[in-house]
Structures are given as structure tokens and as C-alpha cells.
Design a protein around this ligand. Structure first.
Ligand SMILES: N[C@@H](CCC(=O)N[C@@H](CS)C(=O)NCC(=O)O)C(=O)O
Length: 382
């Protein structure tokens, strides 16, 4: 293997997604080493010895350590060939500049506190113009992607368009795919690609992973925002009614998503029990209730006083870290439905998710449990 990719444990870093997707699209064999972002854990000392700033991503390519995602892409391209069109092609260069313009318009709208409603509208308008420029570029193309087939030009837009869709729905009540049909068609073409589906996140994950990374997201208080944020947090999912297109994905639910969710939860059951505010002994029965619902579709009331603990877990399912989008929906649905059957306080909620950091998502306990299980298996075989 000639490539090692250093990316974050939770698959929250957009720049890591760019490199990850490039390697998957090109089918280059690579090794992954996961590193914590400061917003959710302690940076691993071995990583700081390699990359003093601690920034992600980094890649070791033929023994050479490279940082900065654009530089990594250039080196990968030099060693393994372009992703359809070279990064240096004039059309790709122009689109990369355009991507940063769209990115800046999004950051301004999402993160800059508006002094008054007129300024908020101005931010929205500036974003709309950039989104329309992206659609215009797609219209000029002979294929579903920017330059015909999927290429490096599309790749650089992927992580941020995904985060734009999620964050604008949650914080602004703005549905990107609905407002921009060209972007909806581009996503639909992207979602035909298994490599992308493996890296794709969802609205809930991004709505809550972005605030600590961006230094806060500004909510536009309006009915559309309130309704969409409530649906993203509490369901039911998909977040719009049956007669409307799903704003998160064009893909139908794959069969057995619920069983995948079940398998992924059972794999981490012990740590999930230990990390729950109710404590391992008391959370065992409610978790069984929710997983019974998940597996059988039959509602299963939990013991009294467990609704907040079930919702605590519902709020922490992260896509694609834990499972794919549709599986996560199934698990959130089962947890929410079970919480709603709590005989004592069916509406009880946990504290809202933190916005300054996500230390509640420290990966360390999960890693220690996995290392313990591996050591036990080793000694068993020995
Ligand atoms: N210009 C850099 C930006 C990378 C970047 O901002 N990475 C963030 C994560 S998204 C980071 O490593 N922050 C430090 C941390 O979170 O620990 C690149 O393109 O690679």
C-alpha cells in the first residue's frame, strides 16, 4: 500500500472527505489512521509528532508526508493519474475558484450574525447567486456532472454542498435541493455512486457537528426553520411529507437497513450502556425495548423514566461514522417511538446537544473497548 490517509475518527472533517472520496473513486488501495479533532477529543500525541499543527487531513504517499487537502490531491494525481480531468485543466481551476466563492457565501450566511432582517436577506441573496452560478455551470455541461462525467471539479464541491444542504435546512429553513433543481439533479447523479454513498452524511449529523467547527451557526427564526429543525431532530423521517421529494437523499431505503442498524448498535452495546446518563444497569432494559422495535417493528414500551436516556442515544447517532443514512433513520425512529411509550414521562428530553464542543462524542471509550476485545480474541486463539 502506497498511501496512508490520516482522517478524523467521526468523518466530520470536510477536507478529509475530499481525499477519502478521491481515493475511493480511483480505487487506490490505502490505509486509514484516525485522529481526533480538538472539538471532540484530545489530539493523539503520535499525530502531533508527525504534524505539529495537528491539522487534518494528512497523507503519506510513497513515504512522503503531505498536509493541506489541495496539496494532497495534487500529489495523489501526480502519482496515480487524474480523476477524469486534471486539477490543472483551466476548466477545473475556474470551478475550484467558484467553489471557494460559494463556500464563502455559505459561511457568511450561516455564521455571521445579521444585524437586521435586511442583512439576513442580503446574505441569502448572495448565497442564491453563487448557487445559481453552480447550476449554470452544470447546465453548460454535456453530462450529469460539471464537466460531463464525475471529475475532480465535482469532487471539490461534494463536502461543502453536502454541509450546505444540511445546515441551511436546520438553521435557516432553506431546502437547497428544492430551491435549486440543478443541484438536486447533481446530488441524484452523485448518489448513484457507491463511493460517495460510503462517505455521505445526513442532515442531523452535520447540523450538530458544524457549530463547534465553524464557531457557531446563526439561526434564522421563522416557522420554516422551526419546523425543519424539529423534524431533523425528532422525526418523523424523511423530514418532508410523502408527496414531496426527500431533501436529504434521492436514494430509496435499501432492504434490511434496520438490521444493519441493529448490528452496528449491538457491536458497541457495552460502551453505549456505560456512556448513557441512565447508567449501564438501568439503560439495558430500555435499549432492549428500542432494539426489539427496530428488529420486529412492534412497539415495545420501556420501563418508566427512560425516555430522556433513549433520546440521548437518538441524538448521538452519527452518519456515516456509525451507519449509513437510512439505517440511522430506522434506529432514531425506533428510539423515538420507544421513548414516546415511556409510561411515566413520554415527553422527557435530555439536555440539548452542546454547540461549543462535542466532547460528549469522545471516541476514546469506544477505541479502548475495541482494543480490549481484540486483545481478548488474541489470547483466546493463543
Ligand atoms: N486548508 C486545510 C484545512 C483543513 C482543516 O481546516 N482541518 C480542520 C478540520 S475540518 C482541522 O484539522 N482542525 C483541527 C482540529 O479540529 O483538530 C486543508 O485544506 O487541508
Amino acid at each position: 500500500m502506497r498511501v496512508t490517509l490520516y482522517r478524523d475518527h467521526h468523518a466530520w472533517c470536510p477536507y478529509c472527505q475530499k481525499i477519502w472520496l478521491w481515493l475511493e473513486e480511483k480505487r487506490i488501495p490505502y490505509r486509514v489512521r484516525k485522529v481526533s479533532m480538538t472539538c471532540y477529543g484530545e489530539k493523539e500525541p503520535w499525530y502531533r509528532q508527525r504534524v505539529a499543527s495537528g491539522m487534518l487531513p494528512a497523507a503519506e504517499i510513497d513515504g512522503e508526508l503531505i498536509t493541506e487537502s489541495d496539496r494532497i490531491l495534487e500529489v495523489l494525481e501526480a502519482r496515480f493519474g487524474p480523476l477524469d480531468v486534471p486539477l490543472s485543466a483551466p476548466a477545473v481551476r475556474a470551478l475550484r475558484v467558484q467553489e471557494r466563492d460559494l463556500f464563502r457565501a455559505w459561511c457568511l450566511w450561516l455564521c455571521q450574525p445579521a444585524r437586521n432582517p435586511a442583512q439576513e436577506l442580503g446574505f441569502e441573496e448572495a448565497f442564491r447567486r453563487e448557487a445559481e452560478r453552480f447550476e449554470a455551470a452544470l447546465e453548460r455541461s454535456p453530462g450529469p456532472f460539471l464537466l460531463g462525467e464525475f471529475s475532480a471539479a465535482d469532487l471539490v464541491f461534494v463536502p461543502f454542498l453536502e454541509r450546505m444542504g444540511a445546515s441551511l435546512a436546520y438553521y435557516k429553513g432553506h431546502l437547497l435541493r428544492q430551491r435549486h433543481p440543478g443541484i438536486a439533479r447533481w446530488f441524484a447523479a452523485l448518489e448513484q455512486r457507491p463511493a460517495y454513498l460510503g462517505t455521505q452524511s445526513d442532515f442531523h449529523t452535520h447540523a450538530h457537528d458544524l457549530p463547534p467547527q465553524m464557531g457557531g451557526c446563526q439561526t434564522r427564526i421563522c416557522d420554516a426553520q422551526r419546523q425543519l429543525a424539529a423534524r431533523i431532530d425528532e422525526g418523523p423521517w424523511p423530514i418532508l411529507g410523502d408527496e414531496q421529494d426527500d431533501p436529504e437523499t434521492s436514494q430509496p431505503e435499501p432492504p434490511n437497513s434496520h438490521l444493519l442498524a441493529l448490528a452496528r448498535t449491538l457491536r458497541h452495546r457495552q460502551v453505549l450502556l456505560r456512556r448513557n446518563p441512565l447508567g449501564p444497569d438501568s439503560f439495558d432494559a430500555p435499549l432492549r425495548s428500542a432494539l426489539t422495535d427496530l428488529a420486529s417493528g412492534i412497539p415495545c414500551p420501556p420501563p418508566p423514566g427512560s425516555a430522556a436516556a433513549l433520546r440521548y442515544l437518538r441524538d448521538r447517532i452519527s452518519v456515516p461514522r456509525d451507519m449509513p443514512l437510512h439505517a440511522a433513520r430506522q434506529l432514531r425512529r425506533a428510539l423515538e417511538r420507544t421513548a414516546g411509550l415511556d409510561p411515566s414521562d413520554p415527553g422527557a428530553r435530555p439536555a440539548p446537544l452542546p454547540v461549543r464542543d462535542r466532547r460528549d462524542q469522545d471516541p476514546q471509550p469506544f477505541l479502548e473497548a475495541a482494543a480490549g476485545a481484540a486483545a481478548a480474541a488474541e489470547s483466546h486463539h493463543g
